[in-house]
Design a protein around this ligand. Structure first.
Ligand SMILES: [Zn+2]
Length: 337
């Protein structure tokens, strides 16, 4: 993999390459941006460039480049949250510093890549701060985070902050087609849902069949509401998928209720969406979307999945409860008329 293989992140790539060219690489960077946009890849590419012994750095062919790509280079250290609490603890930082200190002086560059910097405990962060305040000449730190606001300000202030943006939809689509062998049409749909995150897109592609089943059941309602007669899902994962599916459907419903023909995500279910859009309006869709999003959040905070599923079902029923007042501006747009 070379710099050009990292899709998106043009600004971070240009900035870091400029620092390399000028010989002004900082000792600590903090790459901040959503999950799955390539922050770790950018850090890995920097580790390769700093250690490469080939002509065009990184050459991807020399020993160091190949070792770093396989994450087995002795001078490139990876640290990520571990344990049930998923934290980076002081012992982890001490062990990292020990490994760096043990390396021979001849090493080209010592690079540490710390994922999820917001997961550093306060003690670990203080321990790391001491190193960042007095860095040795050939050691470089690349911290990444998807939650900049949760990072300790002292850590942020010691690093050069680089913001990584969500990936363009086309990049996500290409990743799905080229690396996951995804059907191009499906890749297009998933790329639209993935909000610029390659990892979310890959994850969604893997779960797509289960989502399809959920959407197909929504297409049966609301009059029959067949899916509501089935047992409610019970596991956190199943309920999360149900809620994600509901929110996607409500979004499409809102689009169908306002602009009709519409770039709906679930084009395969357009007839069902149009039918359902006759009995909802935009206000109700928005209200339902907010409540479903709140339920989704409560699921993350370990509220009982069964309770969340039951409340979601209530929400769904109330969405279709009343017949709309015809003629209201925000009500149904019947495209075929
Ligand atoms: Zn190389």
């Amino acid at each position: 993999m070379a710099w050009s293989d990292i899709l998106g992140q043009e600004f971070p790539k240009r900035l870091l390459q400029a620092h390399l060219c000028a010989g002004r690489v900082a000792h600590a960077y903090l790459l901040a941006g959503p999950d799955g946009v390539g922050k770790g890849r950018v850090a890995l590419e920097m580790a390769k460039t700093l250690n490469c012994v080939g002509e065009a750095r990184p050459c991807d062919a020399c020993g160091p480049c190949r070792q770093i790509a396989r994450r087995i280079h002795p001078d490139v250290h990876f640290l990520e949250p571990t344990g049930a609490s998923e934290q980076i603890r002081m012992d982890d930082i001490r062990s990292l510093m020990g490994r760096i200190a043990l390396r021979p002086f001849s090493a080209r560059a010592q690079v540490a890549i710390l994922a999820d910097a917001q997961r550093l405990t306060e003690e670990a962060a203080n321990s790391l701060l001491k190193v960042l305040e007095e860095p040795s000449a050939r050691s470089y730190f690349f911290l990444t985070t998807s939650r900049l606001s949760d990072c300790l300000p002292t850590i942020v202030s010691r690093c050069q902050l680089i913001r990584c943006q969500p990936l363009p939809r086309e990049s996500v689509r290409r990743i799905l087609v080229e690396t996951q062998g995804c059907d191009p049409r499906l890749a297009e749909v998933i790329a639209r849902l993935a909000a610029g995150s390659a990892s979310a897109a890959v994850d969604l592609a893997a779960r797509w069949t289960r989502y399809e089943r959920i959407w197909a059941s929504f297409a049966e309602g609301p009059a029959s509401s067949v899916w509501l007669e089935r047992p409610l899902p019970e596991t956190r994962q199943e309920v999360a998928e149900l809620l994600d599916g509901m929110m996607e459907w409500v979004r499409d419903l809102a689009v169908a209720a306002t602009v009709g023909a519409a770039p709906v995500t679930h084009a395969a279910h357009i007839e069902a969406l149009r039918r359902q859009a006759l009995v909802v309006d935009l206000d109700r869709c928005l209200e339902a979307a907010w409540r479903l999003a709140a339920l989704r959040e409560s699921l993350e905070q370990f509220v009982s999945p069964r309770l969340v599923a039951a409340l979601a079902r209530e929400e769904w029923l109330s969405l279709f409860h009343e017949t709309p007042v015809h003629g209201r501006p925000s009500t149904v747009h019947r495209e075929e008329e």
